[in-house]
Design a protein around this ligand. Structure first.
Ligand SMILES: Nc1ncnc2c1ncn2[C@@H]1O[C@H](COP(=O)(O)OP(=O)(O)OP(=O)(O)O)[C@@H](O)[C@H]1O
Length: 235
């Protein structure tokens, strides 16, 4: 069996000790594969990602990054940035945290600035950026270190169609390199196209998981789009 980059078994996790916001959520991330975490507002998607990242006060759970793959990037839904650092300085700070050598940092940072069409904004402060530009900055910081595992919380809101295409192209390249991805999203038509597997969460627990075929079986809708299965399984 193919080795997983990340194996997660959450019995219970939440924001207060003893109070579970999510329960019985298990998932794996494999090399080159994209697992989509889907579910309605308030279902527990961000909570699941935060639990995996160790950001919650309460968790009865096991999170295993296999072997050398403890090198991961978390790309949050809400951009986080320093008001006094330019885009280039943010990338430099991330590179220092990743332990990158200066020439590698400069090559990769320039590649990403060109890829996301942000070269002109390189010396600007993100406080003056649009929502989409801030989101692109978070993506660039995530891609910079070329991690083994990407944990991405709703990347599509705020990105224009061209930026979405640039992002998906780069993610595809990273998957070919062997990186695995766990991504939460509401954009189900895109999820249906790009994900290998799905975890459908509602009310803090998993309602269905597996390939699109598995989700269709769970919904008893053999030919249906993910969107329609979602509707049936979360109602
Ligand atoms: N900081 C917090 N403190 C307490 N409860 C929280 C906190 N953040 C989220 N919750 C609760 O945890 C549950 C799951 O929320 P979560 O943010 O994981 O949903 P989500 O699936 O990511 O939703 P959305 O699609 O709206 O982003 C909700 O009941 C929510 O009220």
């Amino acid at each position: 069996m193919e080795e997983s980059l990340l194996e997660v078994t959450i019995e219970k996790a939440g924001y207060e000790t003893g109070k579970a916001a999510i329960r019985d959520v298990s998932l794996t991330v494999k090399p080159g594969r994209l697992t989509g975490l889907i579910g309605p507002n308030g279902a527990g998607k961000s909570t699941t990602l935060k639990a995996i990242l160790g950001l919650l006060p309460y968790g009865e759970m096991s999170v295993k990054f296999s072997g050398a793959s403890d090198h991961y990037a978390y790309i949050p839904e809400q951009p986080v940035f320093y008001d006094t650092l330019t885009l280039w300085e943010h990338l430099g700070l991330a590179a220092a945290v990743y332990g990158m050598e200066e020439p590698d940092f400069e090559r990769e940072a320039i590649f990403l600035l060109e890829k996301f069409r942000m070269m002109e904004a390189k010396d600007q402060l993100p406080g003056s950026f649009s929502k989409g530009m801030r989101q692109k900055m978070m993506l660039m910081i995530g891609f910079l270190g070329r991690p083994d595992v990407y944990i991405v919380d709703e990347p599509f809101i705020g990105l224009d169609p061209r930026a979405t295409k640039d992002f998906l192209g780069l993610l595809e390249e990273e998957r070919r390199r062997g990186a695995g991805v766990l991504m939460s999203t509401h954009v189900l038509d895109t999820a249906e196209r790009i994900c290998d597997e799905f975890i459908l969460i509602s009310g803090g627990s998993v309602k269905a998981s597996g390939t699109l075929e598995d989700i269709r079986s769970a919904a008893s809708m053999p030919e249906a789009a993910l969107f329609d299965c979602f509707d049936v399984l979360t109602n």
